[in-house]
Design a protein around this ligand. Sequence first.
Ligand SMILES: Cc1cc2nc3c(=O)[nH]c(=O)nc-3n(C[C@H](O)[C@H](O)[C@H](O)COP(=O)(O)OP(=O)(O)OC[C@H]3O[C@@H](n4cnc5c(N)ncnc54)[C@H](O)[C@@H]3O)c2cc1C
Length: 540
Amino acid sequence: MNFIQAGPELANQYTDDRCLRAYLVRALPAAMRAAIEPDLESLGAHAAQAWRGARSRPRSEPALTQWDAWGERIDRIEITPTWREGAALTARYGFVAAGHDTRFAEFARIDQFARVYLYHVASEFYTCPLAMSDGAATALKASGNRALIDRAVPHLLARDPSLLWLSGQWMTETAGGSDVGSTETIARRGSDGRWRLSGRKWFTSAVVGEMALTLARPEGASHGTDALALFYVETRARDGRWNGIRIDRLKDKLGTRELPTAEIHLDGTLAEPVGELSHGVRLIAPVLNVTRTWNTICALATMRRCLALATDYARRRHAFGRPLIEQPLHAATLASLHAEFAAAFEFGFFVVALLGRVEAGIASEDERALLRLLTPLAKLWTGKLAVEIASEACEAFGGAGYIENTGIPQLLRDAQVYPIWEGTTNVLALDALRVLAKGGIDPYRRAIEDVLRETRAHPQAIDAALAAAARWLHDHDGAAREAGARGLALTLARIFAATLLARARDDGDEDADAALVLFLDHGLDRLAGKNVAHTSALLR
Ligand SMILES: Cc1cc2nc3c(=O)[nH]c(=O)nc-3n(C[C@H](O)[C@H](O)[C@H](O)COP(=O)(O)OP(=O)(O)OC[C@H]3O[C@@H](n4cnc5c(N)ncnc54)[C@H](O)[C@@H]3O)c2cc1C
């Protein structure tokens, strides 16, 4: 009889997650934690059961039918069974609504993102339209447009699935995703006083939703980013037909294949301006801050899933006479990934907590400035780290990690989206540089000092890396500064994460103690003087 290897198993993803549980003990008032814990346990059970379920049936993908049997254009998108459960789960657990729940004031975002973190991998990226819906609710509230707030926000935050709406965020066009200033979509005002949009949106991940926020250039406006306006669109007319929208095709993607990402044409799509008829990018900025935070937490969820599976497998798989977990090098490899994850987790949830404080109106000026810097840093670092950890997880399974129906390759393919959408690594590194150019590094430095003031012994490596980062900023400008922005961003993220781990250690978290030692072993400093002359020599 040939040997049969036992596959990895997932326990309840809430009760099994020491990192999340220890964090919630530190971050939330005890009564609130007790109140939300049954939901978190139930989501942890759902995650484990969804993983087992997905291994036991063929995968399904969304499908577009453009024409009916009689030649009428219908553009119907069939979604997957998991997606069909999405609205009910969202309404029940409040994946969007919890973040706006004023009963929990500054803790609402922590509650929400603990739920999202547990749900994400099981959701087959249903979290993508949820992120955009959360962003849309946030942006509409900030816009002050009373009519649109009353019309859309109650649907976006609904706790009844029959009322729930999803929103898209249609920014990327063929000419530009990072550079939205190249937007070609035109908004024209008709003789009836209504606005209609014409153009092509190249990546629309939530075209199955009921609404979208989108950028367009009012007819006759000048070129460039500032002249773009933000519009509100409902995807369907009253009779249920598409509102001047044609679905050209669904994209054939490397990962996130359950998520229907469409290329669409807008052809006379009725739309309403959200605010003034310019500076649309400024109006849509709250969407981006929120979706970038979702990206951070979803990247953490992927890392945690990879580590949970790889660590369980290392206990079941034997090589050279003992379980892999007892092979010193394999154990050290996994532990070093755990340390990176633990640091990123502290950082990601610090940003979540800070967002909650800012939205609750209790944050200081320094904290507001800090959020502007940390949001892109968290998104860019966790996006890259998720790919690295998912790749290591594949290897930790050996050949099995390369085999489709173990479920491991999908984690890697899906992870590759985190560094791309919602702003690529470089685009976010430049964003962070702009924040630093405007507000300086002092709010960041003061935040670190504040955290460290409470710690019993703070690692010298933090001081050294912080001094090096400040010196680097001082010594570089122009093209050299831009060329090194990614290294600077990663360094600032790592310094802050180490600081937070030191605080968690002092709060009695034993895992944070071990994670800090290993994290510091990997070093904080990712700065490098980018020599622009040599760069261009190589790319000649
Ligand atoms: C699965 C998926 C779903 C998506 N869903 C949506 C959606 O629903 N709505 C939506 O609007 N968009 C969506 N996008 C699009 C996504 O946001 C864009 O692809 C992304 O912002 C990058 O834009 P781009 O593709 O035009 O790349 P480009 O902007 O052409 O970037 C190409 C490369 O150049 C780099 N780069 C660009 N500018 C600079 C610079 N100044 N300095 C240094 N490097 C630079 C980038 O980092 C990148 O590596 C989705 C993408 C994917 C993959």
